[in-house]
Design a protein around this ligand. Sequence first.
Ligand SMILES: [Zn+2]
Length: 153
Amino acid sequence: MVDTQRDPTRPGSPAGQQHDAPAQPLAIPEADDFWQGAQRGELRLQRCSVCKHAYFPPRPFCPACSSRAVESFTATGRATLYSFIISHVPTPGHTPPYSIAVVELEEGPRMMTNIVGCPQTSKALALDMPLQVVFRERGGATVPLFEPARSAP
Ligand SMILES: [Zn+2]
């Protein structure tokens, strides 16, 4: 009923929705720490020093209280599956079928990603299933993806 399509002419429209190109690092200073962390195998988030809100994607101010007192930190890499679809459309860097997912990080932020390391079927993927981050090369960048969490040691 509700048309949720975004107006692409609006400045606030997210740029990460296009599927016609592999993921590329965002060319903003706040994103440097995220991409450099990914190369080290670390999932970097930002947190507000004032209200302690953790958020993603990176930006120079807190989305909760607008404070510019923000810091980066390394996330645990643990997440749960918040939502997903299975895509059957071939795109550069993706061989169908593949999942397009939103995961909820242990620290709170949600992130669009792919689930890997398991069959790309709605049987293998279940909402709220525990996940852990893995890093893969894609389109010339190291990107965080998620796979089903292994059992605790
Ligand atoms: Zn804040």
